[in-house]
Ligand binder design. Sequence first.
Ligand code: ZN
Length: 252
Amino acid sequence: MDRPDCVRTRALIDAAIDGELDAANALTLESHLAGCDDCRVLHAGRLAVASRIKVGAQRFVAPPGLRGRMLAALPQRAAPARRRSWPAIGAWSASAMALAASLALFVATPGPQDQLAHDLVEAHLRSLMAEHLTDVPSSDRHTVKPWFNGRLELSPPVPDLATDGFPLIGGRLDHVDERNAAALVYRRHQHIINLFVWPSPGAADRSVHSAGHNGYTVLEWTKAGIGYAAVSDLNADELGAFQRLWVTRAGE
Ligand SMILES: [Zn+2]
């Protein structure tokens, strides 16, 4: 457990959870995890905790009236006493624990948008791990865009962002939200960006919002019945810059 490799792996696990791992270190981590049960267990545990924290931090919206109900559930604060008796402290603790338990349950229940973010990250990871990043590997938008013709019920825009530091790598058919989706693959240094485009008929327009999951950044938006999402291990600032550029150039 304390071999030098394992010590180094623990640092890599932390970086991976924070979404700060480059491709070379991601490979190092992956190959170590494949051969070390201890580190694999540690990694799985950290992922599970991180995903719960992220879901809680980004999706926690208290329903109206919750604060009032919480306060009502607490024992009435007695007049200031010089000494609080032990039974009183016990009652406070029991109530606080019950509230904490019900809040934890509330936070951990994923909504449909969490499920979508989860599915998007899974699709992103599948594309990286299965060596199936592209069906049509090409940096030429005039090759990638027509490739989707007849394969999808929509024709995604494929803007060229190479001069802005986001070269196109290719395109792929994928699945998002139980529908066929176009996945456009871009690169930023060693980081892969999947830009998913899928039909979402009847869905209301939704401006771009962040739904990070397991250390990956997910930026989702909906426009004119089409769902879009950019997924990467890039940080939110860089992926945000990519997303704004993509939207601007897609409309040109
Ligand atoms: Zn190890």
